[in-house]
Design a protein around this ligand. Structure first.
Ligand SMILES: [Zn+2]
Length: 145
C-alpha cells in the first residue's frame, strides 16, 4: 500500500510504500502469475549499482528494461519484468554509492514540485559530487549558506 505523504528527500522504496519490499515483490509476482523467488535470502550475480532518477533511488535490471525503487533496508532487487530468470530467479544485490549523503545533499538544493516528481534531481554512477555541484552552479540553483 502506498504511503499518504512523501518526505522531501531522495526517495527509496521505504519512503513510498508501507508493505515491506520482499512482501511487495512476492505479492506482485504472484498477481502477475510469475515465478516467485523461491528462497528470499539467496542472492546471485554481481551487485547492481543504484542511481538517482527524478529524485528517486532506483535500480535497473541488467537483463531487461525493468526498474524499481531501491529498498534501502533490503538492498536487493528482483525484477518484476523478467523475474531475474537469468540468475535462476534469485535476488540480486544492490550497491549504494559510498558518497550517498553528499550526492543527496547537493541534489536536494534543486527545486522540485514534489519529492516524487523531482525531474531535476538525477545522478548517474559516472558523475562525481563535484560534477553535481557544477551543474547546480551552471543552472543557477540557489544554495543555502
Ligand atoms: Zn529484468
Amino acid at each position: 500500500m502506498r504511503k499518504l505523504t512523501t518526505p522531501d528527500k531522495i526517495l527509496t522504496y521505504e519512503d513510498m510504500f508501507r508493505v515491506d519490499y520482499v512482501s511487495f515483490v512476492r505479492g506482485l509476482a504472484a498477481k502477475k502469475s510469475m515465478h516467485v523467488p523461491a528462497q528470499d535470502g539467496v542472492v546471485s550475480g554481481d551487485a547492481i549499482d543504484a542511481y538517482v532518477n527524478h529524485g528517486r533511488w532506483v535500480v535497473e535490471c541488467p537483463d531487461c528494461t525493468g526498474a524499481s525503487f531501491v529498498s534501502e533496508i533490503e538492498l536487493r532487487f528482483w525484477c518484476l519484468s523478467c523475474g531475474n530468470a537469468s540468475v535462476n530467479f534469485a535476488w540480486r544485490s544492490v550497491r549504494m554509492p559510498k558518497d550517498r549523503e553528499q550526492i543527496e545533499a547537493v541534489l536536494m538544493f534543486r527545486p522540485a514540485a514534489r519529492a516524487d516528481r523531482a525531474t531535476t534531481r538525477n545522478w548517474t554512477t559516472d558523475e562525481t559530487v563535484k560534477d553535481l555541484e557544477k551543474e547546480n552552479i551552471d543552472h543557477g540553483v540557489v544554495v543555502d549558506s
